[in-house]
Design a protein around this ligand. Structure first.
Ligand SMILES: [Zn+2]
Ligand SMILES: [Zn+2]
Length: 361
């Protein structure tokens, strides 16, 4: 029988875990492996709350095993490095995003696309190489192979920078890969939440003209005045949508709820690209005729490889891009999850792990 989470590794650790599908998080003693030759161990200072944390703690994707410590927007300061570690030293500011392992030999890995490796290991709720469960960043310490550790530049704030490790790379990678990063282009961003608001910031920093597309006019002022979008479209307003037909080179669609694609395809120019980065639970209806009449493309994208994630963080630091955050203490996390269900946050909760996570023992 496998050893319990508390004693399977030599280093004591403490975090908050969900133990059943209620998703309620509570304090949890577990353990981390000793720092291996290629490992970086760090003290966690902040961890963002991603929408997938919410899905995972409630097992809404049917893949969760309990107990589960969520968190894959993890930043902190290095406390120990293995003898074979080359990129990091004690005291460095670092982060870990959505993955902590991959095969390092498949075509994807060879091309810096570890995120698409069939053997990619998720930061939490997955099985590591040694067969033990991976635990995320709602915890006091983290250990990872240095390949999956990101250097956080000095001028990037750790709290507001943390969400970039998932939300940031999720929108940065498709802007680059689908060629929607050329100055003068016109890109639409659908949905103004954790992903959408950083998509606007990255696209603007790339020199792209940005239109935010939302179901309600409530966020118009915010999008234009605060986030710097160039224009705002209310997707339920037929006149506005009609007037904007054929104006966009591409669209980053961050919405994870059911929504019609037809109106979005209509906004694209000939050869325009609709890129999905949200994850609706059920299949969406895809009207094909508008694709044929304009050689349009619908694609997807999921986070990014480690090389590109470092590039994204460096780009963010250079252009002063951070997430808009609400910093919370760890004992507020269950309330934060409830508010996240209602999208009641602008735009990302970040847990102040360093100051508020205290072991009971
Ligand atoms: Zn995430
Ligand atoms: Zn691989």
């Amino acid at each position: 029988m496998a050893k319990s989470a508390e004693v399977e590794h030599p280093n004591k650790a403490f975090g908050w875990a969900a133990t059943d599908t209620s998703g309620l998080l509570s304090s949890f003693n577990f353990s981390r492996r000793a720092t291996g030759e290629k490992d970086v161990t760090f003290k966690v200072l902040y961890c963002g709350i991603c929408h997938s944390d919410l899905h995972m703690v409630k097992n809404e994707w049917g893949m969760s095993t309990y107990p589960i410590i969520p968190g894959h927007e993890i930043v902190g300061v290095v406390t120990e490095v293995g003898s074979g570690v080359q990129k990091f030293k004690v005291g460095d500011k670092v982060g870990v995003g959505c993955m902590v392992g991959a095969c390092h030999s498949c075509d994807n890995c060879t091309n810096h696309l570890e995120n698409y490796c069939p053997k990619m290991i998720l930061t939490y709720g997955a099985k590591y190489y040694d067969g033990t469960t991976t635990y995320g960043g709602y915890s006091d310490t983290m250990v990872s192979d240095e390949h999956f550790v990101i250097r956080i530049p000095d001028n990037l704030p750790l709290d507001a920078g943390a969400p970039l490790l998932c939300a940031g790379i999720t929108v940065y990678s498709p802007l680059r890969f689908y060629g929607l990063d050329k100055p003068g282009m016109h890109v639409g961003v659908v949905g103004l939440g954790g992903l959408g608001h950083v998509a606007v910031k990255f696209a603007k920093a790339m020199g792209v003209k940005v239109t935010v597309i939302s179901t309600s006019p409530n966020k118009k002022k915010e999008a234009l005045e605060h986030l710097g979008a160039d224009s705002f479209l209310v997707s339920k307003d037929q006149d506005q949508m009609q007037a904007a037909q054929g104006t966009l080179d591409g669209i980053i669609d961050t919405v994870s709820a059911q929504h019609p694609l037809m109106p979005l395809l209509g906004l694209l120019k000939t050869q325009g690209k609709l890129v999905m980065v949200g994850a609706p639970e059920k299949p969406l209806e895809l009207p094909v005729f508008p694709l044929l009449m304009g050689r349009k493309l619908v694609g997807g994208s999921g986070i990014g490889g480690m090389k590109e994630t470092q590039e994204m963080i460096d780009f963010a630091a250079k252009h002063n891009i951070t997430s808009d955050i609400e910093v919370i203490p760890i004992d507020y996390v269950n309330t934060a999850m409830e508010r996240l269900v209602k999208a009641d946050v602008r735009y990302r909760f970040v847990i102040d792990i360093g100051n508020t996570l205290k072991s009971s023992s």
